[in-house]
Design a protein around this ligand. Sequence first.
Ligand SMILES: [Zn+2]
Length: 330
Amino acid sequence: MFQCRLINIFLCLTIGIGLSGWTNEYTSQSLALIQQNPTNGKPLKQIINPSLKYPDLSSFQNAIKQSACLLKSEHVYLFAPQTSAKEANIIFPYLTKAYETLREITGVDTEFIIVVYNFPKGHPDAWGGTSNCAIWYDDSNLHLDRQEEWNNYGVPHVSGYIEEMAHNFVSATKAQFGWEAMGWSLGARVCARVAGNPHLAQSLAQTRREQENTFRRYIALGFTFPPEIPPNLVDRIHAYLLRQCEKRYGTDFWKDFFRQISRRKEDLVNAARLKNDDAVRNERYRITIECLDCLPGLHFKQTLQQYGISLTTDVKSLHPMNPTWNRKLS
Ligand SMILES: [Zn+2]
């Protein structure tokens, strides 16, 4: 099971993206490309988000009122109760591998080191999403003996962490297409690569079936998002379209897409100067669509037009959570 997959996206949407750190995404002017020190050509050192309230072992231990462990790599930190140190050590290499894979595909580093918190279950900070390069989970994922993936295939359940990590990478590139669709799709691909197993494959297939069914209903209703599906799930449509791109274009889809995105980095960063969040988002959406349209064989703009999806306004700027939304995508 995904912790924040599209079928139960609400938590991630309302807390992870809608209300907390993600609303600040446009205040940052920097695009977190893998930057080099001009004097020696070495990559600049990434730091943890200076605003984190638990930046070190002692502050985390105080928060959870028990002893803890902190695992560190160059790009990922993981905090866990000491009682789960063994499991934390099993999971950690999967997370560092996921970071490296996401970095290779997107060509960027996240703005800060990814900090993964595993609070004891019930802790008020374990709200189950990500903001500003921190992942706020409880320790459910550390109970390996309760996981079908671990018990049957010897692979820990890490898809939730990887999805959250992917959201932070997409945010660093400034690409904009739907709500969670891009992070979810990229995370799914990376998770299959670094922690693939039959249970994960089945879970991904089921989510993709739901995305496809929603898309078919949307078409059948004359390009109207089905009234029985909560509006916060609207970018199932976008996830479905990205999946079609993956299938049509082949294995290099994400890497080639993000290469196009990196060519437009100046425009994407400069969009932050526009007057409000909707305008910034729409400008980045237009650039993202142009990048998708550049990829041979996708005819992406034509596809959007064919399915009644705006070429100029991102779905988030249509404010689907507003009760007056007409369930159209243009
Ligand atoms: Zn998510």
